[in-house]
Design a binder for this molecule. Structure first.
Ligand code: ATP
Ligand code: MG
Length: 351
């Protein structure tokens, strides 16, 4: 059975990009896989150290997971900082990965901005902690939005270098598994994880700027639809979304140099579980004055039940905390089993 891991940071409001690009996939994968979904609170420290309400934001992401349909009994839901092995493995991966690999990451370049020397060391090492999150459970599949593709490639590079550097120890301890790398069959301890990216909503763009991804950290609230927005806010943001004056085309080619139009079509497709081509078949030749209200109605129909369920679950704080505690205990058992082996592979004295 595939083992799925993914995480969401408890920073800022969850938005439609997080939902369509990640959480909706988390829900779907529960049928076929064993899943571990994590509120990655340690990652939040990379951009900003002090928060007023990190605990409440952690609860709020958890409530969104549960409200969207993640089952914390069949699968594991917890917050990262409870399982200290994430930080332990990240340290080891800091020593496996190379500084040059980190310097090439576009998320680091974007988030660090011009004053790169003054970014936290954690922001640079972020992908190493992300690799640890995933490989601690030896996860085989990771559902994420398109923006995380580069970090998942780095996760494979880290796994491969670890497997390579320690190949003799892994063989001597008999803890390797056979896997296919290109043409070659190799024996390694960490799997080469597959990203689960794709569909029409893998990269939802800002409603104000078709060249930037929709993001929690965008200062403009009009740039995103939050999972907690009410019907009025959703309608207003879609009405005000930047578009061009042309009608919708009948074929995908017609969206080629129209990023804002393509984004709204992608959002419709993601919400309705349709392809963009099928959305265009339905709305070919229509103006945005027709398409936007249809999109707003669809968004309200799909998001309102999640928002109200989120409110209901959030009101029961002891329940949310109990889910995270229980998930943390179960994750901790799996994590310690991996770390015991990793410490043996490296040769750290444990007895
Ligand atoms: P931040 O800007 O603070 O990094 P974020 O919106 O990117 O916030 P994350 O917690 O970093 O949120 O990401 C959670 C998940 O949502 C990841 O799988 C990420 O790829 C996905 N995701 C984030 N933004 C988008 C987007 N605009 N479209 C599709 N998926 C997205
Ligand atoms: Mg992000």
């Amino acid at each position: 059975k595939p083992l799925v891991f993914s995480g969401v940071q408890p920073t800022g409001n969850l938005h439609l990009g997080n939902y369509l690009g990640a959480i909706k996939k988390f829900v779907a994968l529960q049928e076929t896989s064993d899943c571990i979904y994590c509120v990655v609170d340690l990652h939040s420290l990379t951009a900003q150290l002090v928060y007023d309400d990190l605990a409440d934001q952690t609860r709020s992401i958890t409530a969104a997971f549960l409200a969207s349909g993640i089952d914390p009994k069949k699968h594991i839901v917890f917050n990262q900082s409870r399982v200290m092995q994430h930080a332990e493995l990240a340290w080891i991966f800091n020593c496996v990965a190379r500084i040059g690999w980190m310097n090439r990451m576009t998320q680091f370049k974007d988030k660090a901005g011009k004053d790169r020397e003054n970014a936290s060391l954690g922001l640079l090492a972020y992908p190493s902690l992300m690799a640890a999150d995933i490989l601690l459970y030896r996860a085989t599949h990771v559902p994420v939005g398109e923006d995380q593709k580069q970090h998942l490639e780095l996760t494979r590079d880290i796994a491969q270098k670890f497997n390579n550097d320690f190949s003799d120890r892994i063989a001597a301890l008999g803890v390797g598994v056979e896997m296919q790398v290109g043409e070659e069959t190799v024996n390694g301890y960490f799997p080469l994880t597959e990203p689960v990216i794709g569909g029409p909503a893998a990269r939802i763009m800002s409603l104000r700027d078709g060249s930037k991804k929709m993001s929690k950290s965008d200062p403009s609230d009009l740039s995103r639809i939050n999972l907690t927005d009410d019907a009025d806010a959703i309608s207003k943001k879609i009405r005000k979304a930047k578009t061009d004056p042309e009608a919708l085309p009948s074929e995908l080619d017609g969206l080629a140099s129209r990023p804002e139009a393509e984004n709204l079509v992608g959002i419709y497709a993601g919400l309705a579980d349709m392809s963009k081509a099928d959305v265009l078949k339905e709305f070919a030749g229509q103006q945005f004055s027709v398409f936007k209200p249809a999109l707003a109605d669809l968004a309200v129909e799909k998001l309102a039940p999640i928002a109200s369920e989120m409110r209901r679950i959030s009101d029961d704080r002891p329940y949310v905390d109990a889910v995270l505690r229980d998930g943390g205990e179960r994750a901790g058992v799996l994590a310690e089993a991996t770390m015991k082996t990793v410490r043996d592979i490296i040769g750290l004295l444990q007895s």
